[in-house]
Design a protein around this ligand. Structure first.
Ligand code: PGA
Length: 258
């Protein structure tokens, strides 16, 4: 289990970069920048979910961070071509995993599969970042009850004691890769709904152990407003984590004054 220092700044490289050499160059430069950072950073100051093929190469290089997986591609071991199981990811050096990112859901991941992935990852003590988020918002606020139902449905079979290793990312799909992010206020009301769902499912004590992140078009300039007014404990970054300077600057601006 990872000992967390807040805020949690988690990058998601998605299908970038295209070569191992570029991935190595990125981590080496990031580490160098962190070593000489003027802003005081904790010993481990970043998480990066990378293409799984790069995990074994990058994890020993990430002295100030954690390298993880963007998904658990396989839930069964054995005769399953092209599927990588959670045990294999851990054995390859993954320190955490994302589950149920909307770009994975879009490829047909159903709720049973999501639950199974979370159960397997948490069962193996792997810190798990589980994503939720509405596609669109309706004026009546139905999306909030749908969000709560999704949270409860995905987590109802999970042992409550494992919640301490769970992180939830609130990622409104309409704000991912968009020109404009959600506002901190929009984020706040969804986070309340997620907390309510967790509390009704597992009781306050277990629910409190779950950290919540915001993701969707966060930049170094908007990071602090989500952390300060959005009610979240960290950020899940896509594009801002795919370039060394913008990732480093988002990390430092999130920790500045903390
Ligand atoms: P974005 O991606 O920051 O590029 O919008 C967010 C995500 O998909 O996690």
């Amino acid at each position: 289990m990872i000992k967390r220092t807040l805020p949690l700044i988690i990058g998601n490289w998605k299908a970038t970069p295209q070569t191992k050499e570029d991935a190595v160059k990125f981590i080496k430069l990031l580490e160098k920048k962190i070593d000489s950072s003027k802003v005081k950073l904790p010993k481990k100051s970043y998480y990066l979910a990378v293409p799984e093929i790069f995990i074994p190469t990058l994890s020993p290089l990430a002295k100030h961070g954690f390298i993880g997986s963007q998904n658990i591609p396989g839930v069964k071991e054995g005769q399953e071509t092209g599927a990588t199981t959670v045990k294999q990811l851990v054995s390859g050096g993954a320190a955490f995993t994302i589950v149920a990112h909307s770009e994975v859901r879009r490829r047909g991941e159903e709720i049973e599969e999501r639950s199974q992935k979370v159960a397997q990852a948490l069962g193996l003590n792997l810190t798990t970042v589980l994503c939720f988020g509405e596609h669109t918002r309706d004026k009546e606020g139905k999306y909030l009850s749908e969000l709560e139902l999704d949270v409860k449905g995905t987590l109802e079979g999970i042992k409550r004691e494992l919640f301490s290793n769970l992180i939830i990312a609130y990622e409104p799909v309409w704000a991912i890769g968009a020109a404009v992010p959600a506002t901190a206020g929009e984020c706040f009301e969804a986070v309340i709904a997620i907390r309510r769902a967790l509390a009704s499912l597992a009781g306050i004590d277990h629910a409190k152990k779950v950290h919540i992140l915001y993701g969707g078009t966060v930049t170094k300039d908007s990071a602090n407003s989500f952390l300060e007014e959005g009610g979240v404990n960290g950020l899940l970054l896509g594009r801002a984590s795919q370039e060394v300077s913008s990732f480093f600057e988002t990390i430092t601006s999130s920790y500045k004054g903390k």
